[in-house]
Design a protein. Structure first.
Length: 164
């Protein structure tokens, strides 16, 4: 039974890896980020990102969103050589901030953006990646829990990705 399960998982992973368009790249905003996009057909994608803040100390956060490409059948009308697309999605976010007395964050994330896909394998994008959720504070920072709304103002990024 384990052998058949392993073969099925391997087959599904192979199909997903080779049948769908993917992109990998960097984002620059309130921090430096790495992103990976995996397409599911022409209308959906999974976006995974990890970010480190440039200002405000040490930390790392990650977001995973499921995005709809050109939702509601609305496309960007000025497609010349490349293609313009817009997308929106929902998902989750988590992070940890601070070195000696770290605070943690977990919550919901959104993803809204517009991208230009060149006729060669390069993609440029402008994204807004808001997040809200619960913050757990270390006892050195006042202790307890709180609600994070600062993530609504965070996450406007410029992205450059290589499509493969």
């Amino acid at each position: 039974m384990k052998k058949y399960l392993f073969i099925a998982v391997l087959a599904m992973a192979s199909v997903m890896a080779y049948a769908q368009p993917r992109a990998i790249g960097a984002n620059l905003g309130s921090g430096l980020g790495f992103s990976y996009q995996h397409g599911f057909g022409e209308a959906n994608m999974l976006d995974v990102s990890a970010n480190i803040p440039v200002l405000g100390g040490w930390g790392i956060n990650g977001k995973v969103t499921y995005d709809w490409i050109d939702p509601f059948g609305a496309t960007v009308p000025w497609n010349e050589k490349g293609e313009w697309h817009w997308y929106m999605g929902v998902g989750g976010a988590a992070g940890i901030y601070g070195f000696t007395a770290p605070d943690w964050f977990v919550g919901a994330a959104g993803h809204f953006g517009i991208e230009y896909d060149f006729w060669f394998p390069l993609q440029l994008s402008v994204d807004w990646r808001p997040s809200v959720g619960v913050v757990g504070r270390h006892s050195n920072n006042g202790g307890g829990f709180g609600f994070n709304t600062l993530g609504l103002y965070d996450g406007i990024t410029l992205g450059v990705r290589y499509k493969f």
